[in-house]
Design a protein around this ligand. Structure first.
Ligand code: 4NP
Length: 156
């Protein structure tokens, strides 16, 4: 069986998608699933940077270490390297679709569409707000990670 591969994409790759990556790694490990997980941004401002201190802080409180992650930008190869590309919000979904190469093999969708009752919702950008926004982000991406693990456990 080939390994399932999942990419989370936000704008800066320093707040939401690293948290989604961390939540997914943790949920997959807990379920004993071997899933390749990565994240990136559609923007280029934070390439090479560690995740935002507020994202690292909440992740650490939840038992997840994001310190080793570094920002990178969505690349053409991502569309063939990953089975699933999940956009954290609608703006990023649009950019991901706009940049989609002809040879793309990835299934591209909005992340919260995997969470029953939260279909069509964005994971709100917490960057310009306070710490409480990061609690909301963690709650959203954890729900999504758990839903994905449940889905991949049944049907990898
Ligand atoms: P993210 O948050 O997309 O969740 O990583 C942001 C990070 C940086 C910026 C915007 C959003 N920025 O404008 O630099």
């Amino acid at each position: 069986m080939t390994q399932t591969t999942v990419l989370f994409v936000c704008l800066g790759n320093i707040c939401r998608s690293p948290l989604a990556e961390g939540a997914m790694r943790e949920a997959a490990e807990r379920a004993g699933l071997d899933i390749k997980v990565d994240s990136c941004g559609t923007g280029n401002w934070h390439i090479g940077e560690a995740p935002d201190i507020r994202a690292r802080s909440i992740a650490r409180r939840k038992g997840v270490d994001l310190d080793m992650l570094r920002g990178r930008q969505l690349a053409a190869e991502d569309y063939t390297r990953f089975d699933y590309i999940f956009a954290l919000d609608h703006d990023n979904l649009e950019v991901i679709r706009d940049r989609c190469p002809a040879d793309s093999t990835a299934e591209i969708s909005l992340l919260m569409d995997v969470v029953p009752g939260h279909e069509g919702e964005p994971v709100a950008d917490p960057y310009f707000g306070g710490d409480e926004g990061f609690e909301v982000t963690w709650s959203d991406v954890s729900k999504a990670a758990n839903a994905l693990v449940e889905r991949f456990s049944k049907n990898p």
